[in-house]
Design a binder for this molecule. Structure first.
Ligand code: AMP
Length: 290
C-alpha cells in the first residue's frame, strides 16, 4: 500500500521528516513549483519518481522573482487542489515553507548567475533570474536532493540552474523535462488561466511560429529572415507586444546573429509576447541539418 504524503509546512518539519526512519538514507528527487499545478508540473514529478526513491515537491510563490507591479498578488493559488493532485501522484513529501523559512528576517544573501540572467527574459524582467537562483539555491539547501527536475518550458531558467549547480558545486543531477502542451500546441502554464476565451484561441500562435522558424533554420534559412517572419505572424495573431523572439546557443544562451546556422549546430528559439494582460513564453530546440 502506498504510504501517506507528508505535508511539511516549515523547514523544521521538512528536516525532521527527511531524517525520519521512513526516509533517511534514501535518494531524493525534487520538483520546485509555485503551485497552481497542471499536467506540466506532474510530468516533472513522474521524472523525479522514475529516478529516485523519495519525491519532494515544493510549493512557494517566491516574492523575490516578482517586480513591483507584476502579478505576485494575482498569481493563482490553488493549494487544496495542488495537494490532492500530488497525493494522487504518490508524492512522498510536499514542502510548503513559510516566508521566514525561505527569507529569515534581515536576510542578506543572494545568488546571481550574472551573464546568463540579463539576456532574453532578463532584459524585460531584470530582477527575475536573481530571485529564481536565490530561492532555488535555498530550496536545494533545505531539501538536499540527489536529483532536481525543471521544465524546458522555462528554458533560460533551466540553463541558469544548471550553471548555478556547476558553479557552486551542488551534488545534484539536473534533469530537464519536455514541455507539456495543450492539443493545439500552447505550452501549459499556470498563467494561461489569465487568458480570456478569445485570447486563448489565438495563444498557440507563438508555438506554431516557433515550430515553423525551427524548420526553416534546420534547412539553412537566414536567422534574421526567419525571426522577422515569426514576429509578423505573432503580431498578426493579436499579440500586442513582443518582448523578444531570439535564436541562441542552447547551452550559453548567446545570440546566434543574423546569418544561416552552421551544419550540425544545436540552437534554441525562445519567445515572449503579451496577449492582453498575459505574458506568454515558449521555446523550441533545433539542429541545423548536415
Ligand atoms: P512554476 O510553478 O511555473 O514555477 O513551474 C515549476 C516547474 O514546472 C518549472 O521547472 C517549470 O519549468 C515547470 N513547468 C511549467 N510549465 C511546464 C510545462 N508546460 N511543461 C513542463 N514543465 C513545465
Amino acid at each position: 500500500m502506498q504510504e501517506k504524503t507528508v505535508i511539511a509546512r516549515s523547514l523544521n518539519t521538512l528536516r525532521k521528516t527527511l531524517e525520519s526512519d521512513r526516509f533517511k538514507g534514501r535518494s531524493i528527487g525534487f520538483v520546485p513549483t509555485m503551485g497552481a499545478l497542471h499536467d506540466g508540473h506532474l510530468s516533472l514529478v513522474d521524472l523525479a519518481q522514475a529516478d529516485t526513491e523519495i519525491s519532494v515537491v515544493s510549493i512557494f510563490v517566491n516574492p523575490t522573482q516578482f517586480a513591483p507591479g507584476e502579478d505576485l498578488d494575482a498569481y493563482p493559488r490553488t493549494e487544496a487542489a495542488d495537494i490532492a493532485r500530488l497525493e494522487g501522484a504518490g508524492v512522498d513529501v510536499i514542502y510548503i515553507p513559510k516566508h521566514d523559512d525561505m527569507y529569515p528576517s534581515g536576510s542578506l544573501t543572494d545568488v546571481s548567475v550574472a551573464g546568463m540572467s540579463d539576456l532574453l527574459d532578463g532584459v524585460h524582467r531584470p530582477h527575475f533570474f536573481y530571485g529564481v537562483a536565490t530561492v532555488v539555491a535555498r530550496l536545494f539547501i533545505h531539501v538536499r536532493p540527489d536529483v532536481a527536475v525543471f521544465g524546458e518550458k522555462d528554458y533560460q531558467q533551466l540553463q541558469i540552474i544548471r550553471r548555478m549547480v556547476r558553479d557552486l558545486g551542488f551534488q545534484i543531477d539536473i534533469i530537464g523535462g519536455p514541455t507539456v502542451r495543450d492539443p493545439d500546441g500552447l505550452a501549459q502554464s499556470s498563467r494561461n488561466a489569465y487568458l480570456t476565451i478569445d485570447e486563448r484561441k489565438l495563444a498557440n500562435t507563438i508555438s506554431t511560429a516557433l515550430h515553423r522558424v525551427a524548420k526553416r533554420l534546420e534547412v539553412g534559412a537566414n536567422v534574421s529572415d526567419a525571426l522577422t517572419e515569426a514576429k509578423d505572424s505573432i503580431r498578426k495573431a493579436g499579440f500586442e507586444k513582443i518582448d523578444y523572439v531570439s535564436a541562441v546557443d542552447s547551452a550559453t544562451l548567446q545570440d546566434l546573429g543574423d546569418g544561416p546556422i552552421d551544419q550540425g549546430y544545436e540552437g534554441r528559439l525562445l519567445a515572449a509576447a503579451w496577449m492582453g494582460k498575459t505574458r506568454l513564453i515558449d521555446n523550441i530546440g533545433f539542429v541545423r541539418k548536415r
